[in-house]
Write a protein that binds this ligand. Structure first.
Ligand SMILES: Cc1cc2nc3c(=O)[nH]c(=O)nc-3n(C[C@H](O)[C@H](O)[C@H](O)COP(=O)(O)OP(=O)(O)OC[C@H]3O[C@@H](n4cnc5c(N)ncnc54)[C@H](O)[C@@H]3O)c2cc1C
Length: 306
């Protein structure tokens, strides 16, 4: 970031009373626990400040990135130039006319518990998915029990040209781990969700069952960011990886989990480069053995870093 732009940005952040840190480690904001520093890391507490910071960055050609729970990203070892906006403090949630309104930084666990406590079912699948509403909507996060496309009514977004756009569910172009927000790089500000009438005890029981099932399958004893690859048509990524002999394969401290072959775990001191290289090795081995191209689900942050 140019010196003059940074000076003005700091002036803006101070006048908006936004918490910020310069040259701040991002690894603590990710599930993988890898990555370098963010040049300017900001923690807005209101939508209005988020929009003002984003608009300032657009006007001054400063790269601007949003980070929710850091549960689906591999942050570059070289860090991130520009502004990284951590959304976790944007976490208002309330019920109105039977629908749930949530800001982008609300955790998925909080969303599911909020719904359950109000006898609203349909959110159980999200309870054990790490991350925030913003990150989940851009990926249409989900599992065997449901996905975000099932519970969304409206999504409010903000574009780099300063325009706010509201998308009805049918316009969100939700697909398998994708959405219009990801395609068009829109910032998700908030969303309105709906579920069905349920019974609190049954909803909580299902949430706990899903959590237990996942805890048995996933290598949660090590830092990881969930499934590395999307499910290829007609296959399971984990099975292909296992059958290609990749279980336990290591690059540096990044290892293909022995418990769930679709996961890469950080044994302690893995770097983003280790993970990136391991992903390439897995893709090559699976392609050579089965002719299947594994497509990455996890996101290089910033996208396509070297
Ligand atoms: C143990 C484990 C299990 C998992 N299980 C599942 C699962 O069952 N199903 C599943 O789908 N995923 C799963 N994941 C992956 C992850 O939890 C989801 O992708 C989640 O939705 C990521 O949300 P996040 O807030 O952490 O996003 P981040 O990792 O912070 O960001 C992901 C992307 O979203 C962008 N982003 C973040 N916030 C916004 C916003 N407000 N507006 C626009 N863009 C934004 C970021 O810039 C980045 O490009 C799992 C991860 C872990 C660690």
């Amino acid at each position: 970031m140019r010196k003059f732009a940074k000076k003005n940005l700091i002036f803006l952040l101070k006048s908006l009373e936004v918490d910020f840190k310069e040259n701040f480690p991002l690894k603590d904001f990710t599930e993988y626990k890898v990555g370098g520093n963010g040049e300017m890391v900001v923690f807005p507490r209101s939508m209005d400040t988020l929009k003002k910071i984003y608009a300032f960055c657009s006007r001054n050609s400063i790269p601007f990135y949003l980070l929710g729970g850091g549960a689906n990203v591999i942050v570059s070892d070289g860090g991130v130039e520009g502004v990284v906006c951590i959304t976790k403090k944007l976490d208002k949630i309330y019920l109105k006319n039977g629908k749930i309104f949530a800001e982008c930084g609300v955790s998925l666990e909080k969303l599911a518990i909020f719904a359950a406590e109000r006898n609203i079912s349909g959110f159980e699948f999200a309870y054990n998915i790490p991350g925030t509403v913003g990150g989940a909507l851009i990926m249409n996060a989900g599992n065997n029990y449901g996905e975000f496309a099932d519970i969304v009514c409206l999504v409010k977004t903000f574009a780099s040209n300063g325009r706010e756009l509201i998308f009805r569910q049918t316009l969100c172009k939700f697909g398998y781990r994708t959405s219009v927000f990801r395609e068009k790089k829109l910032a998700v500000l908030s969303a309105v969700f709906k579920g069905q009438k349920g019974r609190k005890e049954e909803i909580f029981a299902l949430m706990e069952r899903i959590k237990r099932e996942r805890e048995e399958k996933f290598p949660l004893e090590y830092p990881n960011a969930g499934s590395v690859f999307k499910r290829p048509k007609g296959h399971y990524a984990g099975k292909l990886i296992e059958d290609a002999g990749c279980g336990g394969l290591k690059v540096g401290d990044a290892m293909v989990s022995l418990k769930h072959k679709g996961f890469i775990v950080n044994l302690g001191n893995a770097t983003a480069k280790d993970i990136k290289n391991l992903i390439a090795v897995i893709q090559k081995k699976v392609y050579e053995k089965f002719g299947v191209k594994l497509e990455r689900e996890q996101i290089f942050f910033p996208e396509d870093f070297e």
